[in-house]
Ligand binder design. Structure first.
Ligand code: SAM
Length: 250
């Protein structure tokens, strides 16, 4: 279909602006997570090219700080589509760094004209303006804070909490009526992921989506949580970014 292939090439162009080929959205993963057909994702995927200027701004910000890649999160456009599809009241994420995942959640909320993103981050600060060869790319440049690459126009509806999620997440989640989407991208150990998943569990509702990145380091924590909810794990391609959808019978 001509319309479909021109839309795909505009999505690929947006991914190029962002600077990381891994960010081409994985439709099968999204469709599985949401329990819908891949074709029904088209209206939301068609909105991705409008994020081109944001992609360029993020790419430029990362390069100016001496980073090789645009980001630490490989699936930003899936986050955008999940927000458009689920229309959550509240999103919670742990692990912000420069703010790539955060800003794509915020872009979806902005388009929905509804919802709040609650982010938790314990930033690591880099020593000098240029990232050192031995420093982690998740470090924040001196004088900046978590989410430093997020343009000011996207910060509306953002509730950022700085500190270890062990301390910050429980009181934050207790104060929320529900969690529509949760993303774990902070400290990647089995015990820490289990702690975060158990903290949000009471606020999950049927249809809530739970995601975890870098699960190569977290062993059985995510699959065990999925089993306890009676649902399956959806893996993004061959990567270790995984997700689940909370079933109707929770
Ligand atoms: C992989 S990066 C997050 C990447 C981000 N989601 C993105 O899209 O670019 C991990 C972040 O989690 C932070 N972090 C590490 N341990 C943490 C903890 N215990 N609580 C909160 N944040 C933590 C790190 O400092 C870093 O900013």
């Amino acid at each position: 279909m001509a319309g479909g292939s021109s839309r795909n090439s505009r999505i690929v162009e947006t991914v190029r602006e962002l600077g990381d080929a891994r960010a081409v959205p994985n439709r099968r993963w999204l469709a599985g997570l949401l329990g819908v057909s891949t074709a029904s994702l088209d209206p939301w995927l068609a909105e991705i090219p409008a994020l081109g200027p944001l992609a360029k701004s993020l790419h430029d910000a990362h390069r100016s700080g001496g980073r090789r890649f645009y980001a630490q999160f490989r699936a930003p456009y899936e986050l955008y589509v999940l927000v458009r599809a689920c229309r959550p009241d509240h999103i919670v994420e742990t692990g912000v760094s420069s703010g790539v995942s955060s800003v794509h959640f915020l872009a979806g909320l902005r388009k929905n004209r509804h919802g709040i993103l609650h982010s938790v981050d314990l930033p690591q600060v880099q020593a000098h303006a240029q990232l050192g060869a031995r420093e982690s790319e998740v470090s924040v440049p001196p004088g900046r804070s978590s989410g430093w690459a997020i343009p000011p126009t996207y910060r509306r509806g953002w509730d950022l909490h700085l500190g270890p999620s062990q301390r910050v997440l429980p009181p934050l989640v207790r104060g929320l009526p529900s969690v529509g989407i949760f993303l774990h991208d902070s400290r990647h150990t089995p015990a820490h992921l289990t702690f975060e998943l158990e903290t949000i569990r009471p606020k999950l509702r049927p249809g809530s989506v739970v995601l975890a990145d870098n699960t190569v380091w977290t062993g059985e924590a995510f699959p065990r949580f999925a089993r306890s909810l009676g649902t399956r794990v959806w893996r993004r391609g061959h990567s270790d970014l995984v997700g689940l959808r909370v079933p109707e019978s929770i």
